[in-house]
Write a protein that binds this ligand. Structure first.
Ligand code: CP
Length: 290
């Protein structure tokens, strides 16, 4: 079976740690990246808009010597005229790996089951594993080993929260979720969640596809300077972006040294280069190349 990257909890934690180690190495080599993906092509399929995922995968492939083909769902036969199975089989004959952003995780899994090349989850309604690999890379870079750290999540309970939930037992960190009780039963009060936290993290209250959703119930879970003050002195603020200022986060928080959102966005690039290298190792990619 090809090495798919669909969910963190599908993959052995030692493999995830080796991918992160490689990501740190690739970041250190960012001005002279090893050409380990030379001759390999990644197809990217999107049924939702994207800035970071699209650009970081495209640039990452090119930095390592590879190529990309970008396919918007509306432009290919998959959007109605052709089956998942036929599309998966045909793409597997043209490219070496496929990254997909689509809403329905079950459809993504079915598509991957028909592919003979690795498939990478570029975000579904269930999970966003590439984002959380980049987030762990960022936490390690700023604070050292993530094991034993307290990560406090604020706001919606969404695909990014659920991927943090997958990661917490794998990487042995404490995850505290502060969210409206009607969407997360075991929610902590905001100040309790923030107290002595190493990482304060939030996301938009209205994910793509949820336009028109009411946001008033999320307002008590906004990340404010008071929330940051309750965390540890060296705590960092993270957000996978795009940001909605004065909703999930106060503008003042974004102007402090604790805010590491641009490092986090950059780390999508390095984490995904390492994920691509792992996925393609069995296709001859030399992960250890300098
Ligand atoms: N964080 C994230 O996935 O960003 P994009 O939606 O811009 O890809």
């Amino acid at each position: 079976m090809p090495r798919h990257f669909l969910n963190l909890d599908d993959i052995n934690v030692d493999i995830l740690k080796s991918i992160l180690k490689h990501a740190h190495e690739l970041k250190a080599q960012k001005f002279e990246p090893p050409q380990i993906l030379r001759g390999h092509t990644l197809a990217m399929i999107f049924d939702k808009r994207s800035t970071r995922t699209r650009i970081s995968f495209e640039v990452g492939m090119k930095q390592l010597g590879g190529h990309t083909v970008i396919l918007n769902m509306d432009d290919i036969q998959l959007s109605g005229a052709e089956s998942l199975e036929d599309t998966a089989n045909v793409l597997s004959r043209y490219v070496d790996a496929i990254m997909i952003r689509m809403s329905d995780h079950e459809v993504l899994s079915e598509f991957a089951s028909h592919c003979s090349v690795p498939v990478i989850n570029g975000m579904t309604d269930l999970s966003h594993p590439c984002q959380i690999m980049a987030d762990i890379l960022t936490i390690e870079e700023k604070l050292g080993n993530i094991a034993g750290k307290k990560v406090a999540w604020f706001g919606d309970y969404n695909n990014v929260t659920k991927t943090f939930e997958q990661a917490a037992p794998l990487f042995d960190f404490e995850l505290v979720i502060s969210a409206p009780e009607d969407i997360y039963a075991d929610a902590a009060a905001p100040m309790d969640a923030a107290k002595d936290a190493d990482v304060i993290v939030t996301d938009t209250w209205v994910s793509m596809g949820q336009e028109g959703k009411g946001i008033d119930k999320f307002r008590p879970f906004s990340v404010t300077p008071e929330i940051m003050a309750a965390a540890k002195d060296e705590a960092i603020f993270m957000h996978c972006m795009p940001i909605h200022e004065n909703e999930e986060v106060s503008p003042a928080v974004l102007k402090t040294p604790a805010c590491v959102i641009y490092d986090e966005a950059e780390n999508r690039l390095h984490a995904q280069k390492a994920i691509l290298a792992w996925c393609l190792e069995e296709a001859g990619v030399n992960v250890a190349a300098e």
